[in-house]
Structure formats: structure tokens, C-alpha cells
Design a protein around this ligand. Structure first.
Ligand code: HEC
Ligand code: HEC
Length: 379
């Protein structure tokens, strides 16, 4: 009988005598913890086409968008493509602190994945849709340094690209104006990027095992990850911001990362993002939205700059996080261990006084830090 008190059997015994806890090797989760864990799924999400983009989900647009994504001819010098900074071998990021094409930019490249789940795009939410975000690097003088006129002329005069364009958009680039061509290219690029979805992770396997009370599969999830998960939803309160299936609330906050730019000056973060959004012709409120009825851009209409939005950055998804170092908007944090240490040793005085108030210095032990890292690595 004594033997039964150890190992997985002890867990079983525990559940029989203590109904609110779920058996799980020698770690158990309360019903409240279980509900918190289940809220991070299911995964993958069901694909829903983007109403603002009439070619979203269209097969020919995905193929054409994939070609454009790797084509260097969207850059003035014909030397750079989206791949320069979004490399599929590096989870569609670039592994650099701050990205570089013609010149080095101020921010870390965002790993492209699960993009249909975003409400805002970019670290500062300068775009409210994916096609606008895809146009941005084409025009940025530090990235691809092109213009609407330049890319439109290249599409018109290149036989395969011109054919691809006609095929996707049912219209001839020779008769479309430059702006329309640029936006359409953004829409094809978006259609391709929407297909980049991260597969179910070890965490997702554990989550569904927990949902189905499959003790054998629950037992396969590493103990350290289980302990780290407990900290993530418990003492760490990480899920106040990194919530839901994509581990983000999709909004902006100040996590105490420095906001001075390496190039000098201050990164305004969300404050600047809202400024850009308000003056962009490519938002859901503009004429390029293909379905304002189903994508009315209400959030864009109501968003307003405040003192609080200074130095706020988008809460990033944590999926695939073991593959997307370095971290934070400026790539200033090299490893996951350093990220967790950042939260553990957080300088509370650095945070906005009128901010969300959700972060506190955690003072984690070395073991808690290792466990949290072990958990993050299963995402
Ligand atoms: C010079 C490097 C560079 C190039 C080239 C580049 N990007 Fe990016 N990309 C970045 C950086 C840096 C960010 C983060 C930008 C920010 O928030 O200020 C980013 C962000 C994005 C995002 C936002 C993702 C999200 O979750 O919000 C998308 C989408 C994107 N890029 C698509 C593209 C496409 C499409 C191309 C090619 C047309 C491209 N990028 C070319 C560096 C680059
Ligand atoms: C108040 C909201 C909030 C809470 C709570 C929070 N985070 Fe974050 N997290 C953010 C924001 C915002 C960023 C981006 C900050 C930046 O780049 O300046 C971020 C960035 C990260 C990153 C880097 C992601 C990347 O792609 O660069 C990781 C990893 C991370 N958080 C993990 C955690 C963990 C673990 C906890 C709990 C200990 C936690 N977060 C708690 C808001 C939060």
C-alpha cells in the first residue's frame, strides 16, 4: 500500500480524495488553474478570411503572395526582399537585435505567424490590418526604399508578375493606377502570410490531455514545464497580458523595457503608432478596405493617444518563443532566461505611474526562473 503513495499513482489517489485537483504525475492543478490553462487553446485556430481583403484565403493570391514575399524586385536596389528580415529558417524573423536592409532600423523583426489573430500590427500598432503592414517595408527608405510608382511599373513590365497579378485580381496592371497596384500587392502578400500558422506545440498536447483527463499524456509533459506553467498563471500573473490561445491580449503595455533608441532619441511606441495610424490612407477607415461593413475599424476610429501610450509596445504572442530570440521591441534581451530575470528583477519605478499597474517585481528563485523558461520552451 505504501508504494502507492509515490509516482503517478499517488496523483490518482490525490484526485480520488481531493476532487477539485486534477491528477498529474506528482503535480496537481486546481479547477481554477485548469480553467486558466484551458483558456490558452484550442490550437490551431480556425481560419477566417480577412473581410477587408477580398483575396484573403484565395489560393492564387497565396501563391502570388509567396512569390512576392521572396522576390527582390519590390526593393529599389533589387537586393532585398521580405526574406531579408523574415527568414523561414528563423521562424520568419532574422535573429538580429535590430533588423537591417539598406540601413539598420530601430526595432527587432517580429516573427511572422498566426497573423489573422492580430488586431494591430507592428510593435506600436501602426497598422490595423495585415495588407497595410505589408506595404510599410516596401516604402520605408531603410528597408526596401521603393515607391508605389516604382513597384507598379515593375509589375506592369514583368511578364510573369503581370500575369500573376491579372490572375489574382481580375484586372490589368496596365489600367490600374499605382496606388491600387501597391495596395493589391499588399493584399497578396497578406494572403500568403496568413497561411503561416504554428503547429500544435508540446503545451497544446498537454492542454488537450488535461481537457480529456488523459493521465498518460498528462504525464508526458515535463515536470519543470508544469511547475513553470503554475508560476505563469499564478505568482507570475503573466496571463494577465499574455492570455488566450495566442498568449497575448493583442493590446499595448509597458513591460519596463528601455525606450531609448540605439540611433538616438526616444521610441514613442504606441503613441507614435497611433499618430501613424491616424494619418495612414491604408487603414480600415480608408477607401482600400474591401468590406467596411464587416471590417468597420471601430477600434481605429476610437483609439486615442494618451500620456500612457508613450513607450508602450504590443504584448507579443509567446507561441514559438524558443525560436525567436532576441526578445522585446528593440531586441535588447538576448535569451528567455534573461526575459524571465527581467520580470523577476523588474524596476517598478521605471513603469508608468498611470500605467495598467499589472506588473510587480516577482523576486523569483533560480529554480522558479528555470521552470518558467522550461514552460516557455514548450510553446
Ligand atoms: C529591414 C528588415 C525588414 C524587411 C526587409 C521587412 N521587414 Fe517586416 N518587419 C521588420 C521589423 C523590424 C518589424 C517590426 C516593425 C515595427 O514594429 O516597427 C516587422 C514587422 C512586420 C510585420 C508585423 C507582424 C506583426 O505581428 O505585427 C509584418 C506583417 C511584416 N513585417 C511583413 C513584411 C513583409 C510582407 C515584408 C516584405 C514586403 C517585410 N516585412 C520586409 C523588418 C523587416
Ligand atoms: C502588463 C502586461 C504584461 C505582463 C503581466 C507580462 N508581460 Fe511579457 N510582455 C509584455 C509586453 C508589453 C512585452 C513587449 C515589451 C517590449 O518589447 O517593450 C512583453 C514581452 C515578453 C516577452 C518577449 C517576447 C518577444 O517576442 O520579444 C516574453 C518572453 C514575455 N513577455 C514573457 C512574460 C512572462 C514569462 C511574464 C510573467 C512573468 C510576462 N511576460 C508578463 C507585457 C506583459
Amino acid at each position: 500500500m505504501r508504494r502507492l503513495l509515490f509516482g503517478p499513482i499517488a496523483g490518482l489517489l490525490f484526485v480520488a480524495t481531493t476532487p477539485p485537483a486534477i491528477a498529474n504525475g506528482n503535480i496537481s492543478f486546481t479547477e481554477i488553474e485548469k480553467a486558466a490553462i484551458l483558456s490558452h487553446g484550442p490550437w490551431p485556430p480556425k481560419f477566417r478570411p480577412d473581410p477587408s481583403n477580398r483575396v484573403s484565403g484565395k489560393k492564387s493570391a497565396v501563391t502570388f503572395g509567396r512569390e512576392l514575399f521572396r522576390s527582390r524586385f519590390l526593393s529599389r536596389s533589387r537586393r532585398h526582399s521580405c526574406l531579408t528580415c523574415h527568414n523561414p529558417d528563423l521562424a520568419y524573423a532574422d535573429g538580429l537585435t535590430r533588423s537591417s536592409a539598406i540601413a539598420t532600423v530601430d526595432r527587432n523583426a517580429i516573427a511572422l505567424a498566426n497573423l489573422r489573430l492580430n488586431r494591430w500590427y507592428g510593435w506600436d500598432g501602426s497598422s490595423d490590418n495585415l495588407w497595410a503592414q505589408s506595404i510599410r517595408p516596401i516604402l520605408d527608405p531603410r528597408e526596401m526604399n521603393a515607391t508605389a510608382g516604382l513597384v507598379a511599373e515593375r509589375i506592369r513590365s514583368d511578364v510573369p508578375f503581370s500575369r500573376g497579378y491579372k490572375n489574382v485580381f481580375d484586372s490589368n496592371p496596365k489600367s490600374d493606377d499605382n496606388q491600387k497596384i501597391l495596395v493589391n500587392l499588399g493584399k497578396a502578400l497578406a494572403a500568403f502570410q496568413e497561411t503561416i500558422v504554428t503547429p500544435p506545440s508540446r503545451f497544446d498536447e498537454f492542454r488537450s490531455a488535461l481537457e480529456n483527463n488523459n493521465l498518460k499524456k498528462i504525464g508526458r509533459y515535463p515536470l519543470a514545464a508544469k511547475r513553470g506553467l503554475k508560476t505563469f498563471i499564478g505568482k507570475g500573473k503573466c496571463n494577465l497580458c499574455h492570455l488566450g490561445p495566442n498568449f497575448t491580449n493583442g493590446e499595448f503595455d509597458d513591460a519596463g523595457v528601455r525606450y531609448f533608441k540605439a540611433s538616438g532619441g526616444v521610441d514613442k511606441g504606441r503613441y507614435g503608432g497611433i499618430q501613424n495610424l491616424k494619418k495612414s490612407p491604408y487603414t480600415l477607415l480608408g477607401k482600400f478596405n474591401d468590406n467596411p461593413k464587416n471590417a468597420p475599424g471601430i477600434a481605429t476610429q476610437h483609439v486615442a493617444r494618451s500620456h500612457q501610450s508613450w513607450g508602450q509596445f504590443r504584448v507579443p504572442s509567446l507561441r514559438n518563443i524558443s525560436k525567436t530570440a532576441p526578445f522585446m521591441h528593440d531586441g535588447s534581451v538576448p535569451t528567455l532566461r534573461d526575459v524571465v530575470r527581467h520580470y523577476s528583477e523588474l524596476n517598478e519605478e521605471r513603469l508608468h505611474l498611470d500605467g495598467s499597474g499589472l506588473l510587480r517585481r516577482l523576486n523569483l528563485s533560480e529554480r522558479e526562473i528555470s521552470d518558467l523558461v522550461a514552460f516557455l520552451k514548450t510553446l
